[in-house]
Design a protein around this ligand. Structure first.
Ligand SMILES: [Zn+2]
Length: 146
């Protein structure tokens, strides 16, 4: 029985494939899209941490942020940390730059997360009434009306 020879041709994985793998490893849950984001952008993490916007020559990495300009009307307002012009770079270099930006966006955003002392959920600051009480529990237990 002849041995099967697999082609061992070395192929450099494309940058976009590498980015997809990186994001899937870091954030196994499906990305989310918010109405305020451009169609080419998605947020990763639960609560959301990072917004990654991809187009044919650039990847933009932002820290997820949400504001409440009016009660009951949250607006997603990502803060751009950096963009990578990936067509101008070797795939490995572009991927490493994206990895660094995603790590930093995640670190910054996670530093703002707080845990509610009533429900125990970890939430972004946009959902907190005070440092340790979320908005839902403030309404439920403290009689606060938002
Ligand atoms: Zn709570």
């Amino acid at each position: 029985m002849p041995a099967k020879h697999r082609s061992r041709k070395k192929t450099t994985p494309s940058f976009l494939d590498g980015l997809a793998v990186l994001l899937r490893e870091r954030y196994p849950n499906a990305p989310r899209w918010f109405i305020d984001l451009p169609p080419s952008a998605e947020s990763y993490g639960d609560p959301p941490e990072v917004v990654v916007e991809q187009n044919e020559d650039e990847v933009r990495v932002s820290r997820f942020e949400q504001d409440w300009p009016h009660p009951h009307e949250p607006v997603v307002n990502p803060v751009l940390l950096g963009s990578v012009r990936w067509q101008e770079l070797a795939p490995a270099v572009a991927l490493e730059l994206c990895r660094l930006l995603i790590d930093e966006a995640s670190r910054q955003r996670r530093a703002s997360f707080r845990m509610c002392r009533y429900c125990g959920r970890t939430l972004g600051p946009e959902h907190m009434h005070t440092n340790d009480v979320c908005q839902g529990c403030a309404e439920r237990y403290l009689g606060v009306v938002h």
